[in-house]
Design a protein around this ligand. Structure first.
Ligand SMILES: [Zn+2]
Length: 282
């Protein structure tokens, strides 16, 4: 069995390899480009897309092994294979095979097909280390189609009332899922600058994204505005009147989510697996 340790990150001592470590390390696998997974490590193993997204968020010099999905990479006496994780564009799981055994690390993942992420793939392993963000039985997400239908209804009703719908989702991954969900609705979509920057990387591959444009503080009449959550409560949002706001997060299942996020609505659209999918994965 491949030995596994944990110290602010998963560590495989036989390969001297860290997986999504919190601290700067010599060699690390970076599963995806979310802020809590990237770092200034000397040598990194990651997908091409994660490398491109990471360059935007954390420029710097490092040795990069940009791997394709499903192509084995010989590494320190073992063989590493990256598998799509279905979490965000470019997100990967790490499968390691050596004389000691097989090992699978999920990183953040989801089983439900995303509109802006590669479909997940997996293979059996002796040892499984997995992300369990929604690891309580009460976290069961409604069908994605139902959530999206409610979200579109919220946007249309808000516009009919003469207000601007403002949707909050993380600038990388969630925002593009929301954007893709609005495809075919004819709703003009305006993007906050941080969302816009990330979406440009997606646009090369995900051609089913609806037309979008950068929001420059101009007239929003009849449009949907897509922003990262941190701008809620800032002048940028408060200056838009009248408005109705909605947060898109798996945590919308928690009672009081609307109050907690200081929004008019909250929709459980997540880029993580829910509890039944965690069990299914195991
Ligand atoms: Zn993530």
């Amino acid at each position: 069995m491949i030995d596994v340790q944990y110290e602010r990150g998963v560590y495989l001592p036989s390969l001297d390899l860290w997986l999504d470590p919190w601290d700067e390390r010599t060699t690390a696998f970076i599963s995806h480009a979310h802020g809590d997974h990237i770092g200034n490590h000397r040598e990194v193993i990651l997908t091409e897309i994660t490398a491109q997204l990471m360059e935007l968020r954390l420029p710097g010099d490092r040795i990069e092994h940009r791997l394709s999905f499903q192509v084995p990479f010989p590494f320190r006496g073992a063989e590493l294979t990256l598998l799509p994780a279905g979490h965000i564009y470019g997100s990967a799981q790490l499968f390691a095979q050596s004389d000691a055994g097989s090992f699978l690390y999920t990183g953040d993942f989801k089983l439900r097909p995303g509109r802006a992420a590669e479909p997940i793939a997996w293979r059996p392993a002796e040892t499984l280390v997995m992300e369990t963000t929604f690891g309580l039985p009460r976290f069961v997400f409604p069908p994605t189609e139902q959530v999206i239908a409610e979200l579109i209804k919220f946007c249309r009703e808000t516009i009919e009332e003469g207000a601007t719908p403002i949707l909050f989702g993380y600038s990388l991954g969630k925002a593009q899922e929301i954007l893709a969900a609005l495809h075919g609705t004819d709703l003009p979509v305006r993007l906050h600058s941080s969302v816009y920057q990330m979406t440009k990387v997606y646009n090369d591959k995900f051609h089913h994204l609806p037309p979008f444009s950068l929001y420059r503080g101009d007239d929003l009449a009849g449009s949907v505005l897509l922003c990262p959550p941190y701008v809620n409560g800032t002048r940028l949002v408060q200056s838009i009147k009248p408005r109705r706001t909605a947060m898109l997060t798996g945590w919308a299942l928690n009672p009081g989510a609307v109050h907690r996020y200081q929004c008019d609505a909250a929709f459980p659209l997540s880029d993580h697996a829910d509890y039944p999918d965690l069990l299914r994965y195991v």
